[in-house]
Design a protein around this ligand. Structure first.
Ligand code: AMP
Length: 174
């Protein structure tokens, strides 16, 4: 058995990665522990069960690790949101700001049908730029974003302000 406090303790803080001043939240010890991994997936699934979503969108790359098992557990479809140039079919793109410079994420234009309900999953909500780009892509597809769920939220970065109108759920807050 595992619980959210044990998962919180298992997350490893790595100072100055990938750049000086960033405290990186490393989830690999959580993923490597069968009980922690299973509990993480179960708790994320509980946030999404009953919302009426038909699909879970995962954000490359760590978002995939959490989103795909949640989708399978709930019997939902999985949609990859990937970095520019990785998806083989026709795509739509959204740019977003990083600490330095910009990045682009993409979705297949037929990933979800207009009016379908989707939940987004990623490991960390930091500034919210990545999740906001994911919301933008799904809205370009005319899907309804019911919520965005995260293993953890860095509240001091106030990522929620970049996600107006989107319900946010996180299992752990810092
Ligand atoms: P942001 O767009 O600033 O909300 O950043 C979110 C994305 O960057 C997520 O996909 C995270 O995986 C990653 N990320 C941002 N900050 C951290 C951090 N301190 N530790 C681990 N991952 C992070």
């Amino acid at each position: 058995m595992s619980d959210i406090n044990a998962i919180r303790s298992a997350i490893r803080d790595v100072p100055d990665f990938p750049t000086p001043g960033v405290l990186f939240k490393d989830i690999t010890p959580v993923l490597a522990d069968p009980a922690h991994f299973h509990t993480t997936i179960r708790l994320l699934a509980e946030k999404i069960a009953g919302t009426g979503v038909t699909h879970i969108a995962g954000i490359e790359a760590r978002g995939f690790i959490l989103a795909a098992p949640v989708a399978a557990l709930l019997g939902l479809g999985f949609i990859p949101i990937r970095k520019k140039g990785k998806l083989p079919w026709k795509t739509m793109s959204a740019e977003y700001a990083l600490e330095y410079g910009e990045a682009t994420v993409e979705i297949h234009e037929d990933a979800i049908r207009p009016g379908e309900k989707v939940a987004i999953i990623d490991d960390v909500l930091a500034t919210g730029g990545t999740a906001a780009a994911a919301v933008k892509l799904l809205r370009l597809c005319e899907a309804e974003v019911a919520l965005a769920a995260f293993l953890m939220e860095l509240t001091f970065l106030d990522g929620r302000k970049n996600l107006p109108g989107t319900r946010i759920e996180s299992l752990i807050s810092y």
